[in-house]
Design a protein around this ligand. Sequence first.
Ligand SMILES: [Zn+2]
Length: 276
Amino acid sequence: MAENDSTRMRPLIDIGINLAHDSYDGDRDAVIARALAAGVVQMIVTGSSAASSRAAISLSRQHPGQLFATAGVHPHHATELTAAVLAELRQLALEPQVVAVGECGLDYYRNYSPHAAQQQAFHRQLELAGESGKPVFLHQRDAHEDFIAILREHGATIAGGVAHCFTGGAAELESYLELGLAIGITGWICDERRGSHLLQLVRRIPAERLLLETDGPYLLPRDLIPKPASRRNEPVYLPHIAAVVAQARGEPPETLARSSTEAARRLFRLPRTDAR
Ligand SMILES: [Zn+2]
C-alpha cells in the first residue's frame, strides 16, 4: 500500500482482534502502539472463553477508549459453558468495557464440541445478548442452516450483531443481510487461493454494515509486501485489508475508512476519540 493511501485510510477500527492470545504476551503494548500509530484508533478484543473474556476486559480497562471487549464462549469451547460459567458471563456482559456478547455461534468444521452442545451454548448466549441489550459477535463455519435457524428464533430480541470473519458465498451473505446483521471482513479477502470470491461479494454489502477486522493473530494477509518475518497477524495490518476492500468496492480509501468506522461505532456504541 502506498504511503499516501495509509494516511487516507484513517481512522479505522479493528472489530475482531484476539489480543489476549499468548502470542502477544511478549510485546502486547508494542502491538497496540503500532496499531494506534497506523490509525487503528479503537480495537475490540475478542473473548472466546470465560478466561479470555476476563483477559479482554482487563486489557480494555488498561486502555480506556481504545480497547473494548466481547464476552462469550466460542463454539469450540461450547462444552465449557456450564451454569456457573453462564452466570459469570452474565456478570461480565454488564461491564461497561463489554460491547458485545460472543464470540458465539456454530463451528461444524472442526467439531471440537458436539453439535448439541454447540447449539445449547449458542441459544444461551443469544438469550444473554437479548437480556444485556448488547449486540452479538457471531462465528459460523460449515453450519449455515442450523445457525440461521437458531438466529431467527432469537432475532427479535437481539440488538444487532456481526457475522465476524465472513468467508461464505452469495447466498450466505444474503441471508445475513436479511437478518439485519453487519458483516466482518478480514484478510481472508487477500488470499488468492480461497478468498478471491470476496472481492466480488464485498460490493454487495451496504457501507453502513461493512466492518473490518484482522482476527489476529490468525489470518495474516497473504499479499503483504514485504512479507513479514512472523506469521502472526496484528492490527497494524488493518489499513492494508481496508485498502484491498476499498479497491474491490471501487471506493476511495477515505470513504471506506469513514463508513466502516461509523458502522463499528454505531453497532458497538463506541465513543469517539480525539483521533476522530
Ligand atoms: Zn471466529
